[in-house]
Design a protein around this ligand. Sequence first.
Ligand SMILES: Nc1ncnc2c1ncn2[C@@H]1O[C@H](COP(=O)(O)OP(=O)(O)OP(=O)(O)O)[C@@H](O)[C@H]1O
Ligand SMILES: [Mg+2]
Length: 220
Amino acid sequence: MAKGRFITFEGGEGTGKSTQIKLLSEFLTSCGIKNIASKDPGGTEIGLELRKILVTGDKDKIDPVTEALLYYADRRINLVQKVWPAMEQGTWVMNDRFADSTIAYQYYGYDKKIPLEILQQLYAMTVGSFKPDLTILLDIDPKIGLARSMEKAGHMAVKETRHESRGLEFHKRLRQGFLELAAQEPERIVVLNADKSIAELQKDIIDVVCERFKLSPCPK
Ligand SMILES: Nc1ncnc2c1ncn2[C@@H]1O[C@H](COP(=O)(O)OP(=O)(O)OP(=O)(O)O)[C@@H](O)[C@H]1O
Ligand SMILES: [Mg+2]
């Protein structure tokens, strides 16, 4: 059986990752492709415990290195328990954030206070040579993304706004960081302008996925 594909969605807060993953899942299903969605952090039961630590509460409650270690613990358990077994069965996995987010947040966001090598070593130790088949980077002015995110958080019982609270300068560095990563790996990371309607962005994503994986003709 052919191995499933691993597609990651990246970008700052409120860029539309979760919304678009749901829509891409429906599309892949309509193409007859078995697929699941997962996320970093929180794709597994243990990961959900780590997610609570990582995305809620005071922004300074843990230092950047501890934060990176917890993100990688979460990432590893998601791969071992969920992503790799699904891919072995031929199921495609769409992951809401992956290692690019750790470099964007913990390296660029924190103004390069952690050496990049530490993050690269953590990747090698926990993920090995595995990497996404495709990464879709949703890019938007952080002012717009943060406004969307805070509006959404207003309706949530548990406020997952630890990173949102870091201020605009952090989020501008984050955006530049993601764009630098995309420039370094243009084959893997496709940048899409997320400042458009949900339906328009969905069409762009489907075009990228169909072209990358030679899916056409698709039912839609
Ligand atoms: N293209 C869009 N235009 C306007 N609003 C959008 C668009 N895409 C998503 N939204 C809305 O913005 C909010 C954030 O979207 P979503 O949760 O998909 O983003 P996200 O990237 O997953 O955010 P987070 O980083 O906070 O998880 C939601 O309320 C969603 O309905
Ligand atoms: Mg989301």
